[in-house]
Design a protein around this ligand. Structure first.
Ligand SMILES: [Zn+2]
Length: 199
């Protein structure tokens, strides 16, 4: 079995090497756990290797076909692990940039979109009142709203948040960091499933 896998892996790598122009193709594959929960975004090359090793089943494919000498296949868009793996605890670093990405560049008080450089951040419960600096108590904020709110709670300032802050689901951040602004349409059912489950 192991030998077969090694052989398959070798053939796959050889195939990719012999078709190096394919390397220019930038397609990403969404990897799901056996439970359909999104785990990670991988390159299509990695995805193909996992398919060849029999570790995953292909759920969705892209239109794009890659032709080799002996093999041709459509690039996998969504793959699912055959065996369940314990979800790794993936903590998104709490940073100003990630905060702006989570909030989609929108001031969480007035709802206006801004360039990241125009934004600041706000402690919903002020630090002076025991508010923590974490995903659930810090939001993106424009300077006008920040000034208006000052060191008060939203209630005291008569302001309301457009949504309750929480730790971000990491897939959107991951795709964003890869430069994928809009995940492929073939991923959407699976990402949506994830959002429903975790809300
Ligand atoms: Zn604002």
């Amino acid at each position: 079995m192991l030998d077969n896998r090694k052989e398959n892996r070798y053939l796959t790598l050889k195939f990719i090497k012999n078709n190096s122009r394919i390397l220019l193709v930038m397609e990403w594959t969404l990897l799901l756990n056996s439970t359909f929960e999104p785990l990670r975004v991988v390159t299509w090359k990695k995805a193909i290797i996992m398919v060849m090793l029999g570790k995953v089943e292909v759920l969705e494919e892209y239109e794009r076909t890659v032709n080799g000498i002996k093999v041709s296949f459509r690039l996998p868009a969504v793959i699912r692990l055959k065996r369940f793996i314990r979800r790794p605890t993936f903590l998104i670093k709490f940073s100003r940039q990630n905060l702006y990405v989570r909030d989609k560049g929108v001031c969480q008080y007035c709802g206006t979109p801004f360039e990241h450089r125009e934004l600041t951040y706000d402690h919903v419960i002020p630090r002076s009142k025991g508010g923590q600096t974490d995903w659930t108590n810090v939001v993106s904020c424009c300077t006008a709203c920040n000034l208006k709110k000052g060191g008060r709670t939203p209630e005291e300032a008569g302001m309301t948040l457009i949504r309750k802050p929480k730790a971000p689901i990491w897939i959107p951040l991951m795709t964003k960091s890869l430069g994928i602004d809009d995940p492929p349409s073939s991923w959407k059912d699976y990402l949506y499933l994830n959002q429903e489950l975790s809300s």
